[in-house]
Design a binder for this molecule. Structure first.
Ligand code: MLT
Ligand code: MN
Ligand code: ZN
Length: 303
């Protein structure tokens, strides 16, 4: 199984267009200790030919240009992307769907609450009916693995997450199962597993189990601190109000990953304010001591 990180930043990307926090200012200035990142998306394949795109970021056009393996190879109009799988209905995970409008009918795998948000509060799927059209495949939360048509040898199980529905969802302050899911993906050939959860607010028993079992973890790296937005002077929302578990703290992500057996523990969906983006920061050294990696655009993982 191959996992290709198309975009490793949280919503806004890095640098964010209007942000002058120390990280954004430094990366814009060309400081070699930080690297720019596009918004959250990965592609997964078993054979390197047929790919499932997991989340479609507003940066998708640049992401496809940077990754030849999913570019057209055969027919006059062609793509390596066989389907799109969505973990939630957040802007940074779905607005790239509009960029795929020139293609064939688009197979979209998502839960019913996500489908509802994308046909009401942010009706991208309704808009796409006037272009390529979409074939919705409803994801169930009963723990049964499914396969994506045309993407062989991947078994995927949706895992409900405690996080946040987007602001335009009727579920924003009234969470429903399926607003946010993580993905347990097994390679049928390799027998290896990855747990992908870019937005993870709380560690439920079911999530804890997956964190302990996976061969590879790609999990929420949004914030270092609960009050990071306020501390950096860019806003007032806390990490938990946004549905993200910070890395630091007694019950933070570092503590949660302590006893995980995964051969790779990787943080992804990193907000531009996060000090781990700076390679010489204390927080980054702390991660290295714990064997935790920080995803970057173009990171390619073979399991
Ligand atoms: C989030 O994951 O909380 C979002 O990236 C926030 C946003 O897109 O503004
Ligand atoms: Mn996000
Ligand atoms: Zn910033």
């Amino acid at each position: 199984m191959r996992i290709h990180v198309l975009g490793s930043a949280a919503g806004g990307g890095f640098p964010q267009w209007n942000c002058n926090c120390p990280n954004c200012e430094a990366v814009r200035r060309g400081d070699p200790l930080l690297r720019a990142r596009t918004q959250s998306s990965i592609a997964v394949s078993s054979d390197g030919e047929a790919w499932v795109l997991i989340n479609a970021s507003p940066d998708i056009r640049a992401q496809i240009l940077a990754f030849p393996d999913i570019q057209p190879r055969q027919a006059r109009r062609d793509t390596g992307i066989r389907a799109v799988l969505l973990t939630d209905a957040q802007i940074d995970h779905v607005t790239g769907l509009l960029v795929l409008r020139e293609g064939e009918r688009l197979p979209i795998y998502c839960t019913r609450p996500v489908y509802e948000d994308l046909t009401t509060g942010l009706p991208l799927l309704s808009v796409l009916e006037h272009y390529c059209g979409v074939d919705w495949h409803a994801l169930e939360l009963d723990g049964t693995p499914f396969e994506i048509d045309g993407v062989p040898n991947l078994r995927i199980t949706p895992i409900p997450l405690e996080s946040k529905a987007p602001p335009y969802s009727p579920h924003r302050e009234n969470p429903h199962p399926g607003d946010n899911i993580g993905l347990w993906i097994e390679g049928a050939d390799s027998g290896k597993s990855v747990f992908y959860a870019p937005g993870l607010g709380e560690i439920s028993v079911a999530v804890r189990e997956r964190l302990m079992q996976a061969d590879c973890l790609l999990v929420d790296g949004t914030f270092w601190r609960e009050d990071e937005m306020a501390q950096t002077g860019v806003g007032h929302k806390t990490a938990s109000a946004m549905g993200h578990l910070p890395q630091s703290g007694d019950a933070g992500m570092i503590a949660q990953l302590k006893h995980a057996r995964a051969e790779r523990k990787i943080l992804i969906h990193i907000n531009n304010t996060n000090p781990i983006l700076r390679e010489d920061s204390q927080s980054r050294s702390r991660l290295s001591e714990e064997g935790i990696e920080v995803a970057y655009d173009g990171m390619d993982i073979t399991l």
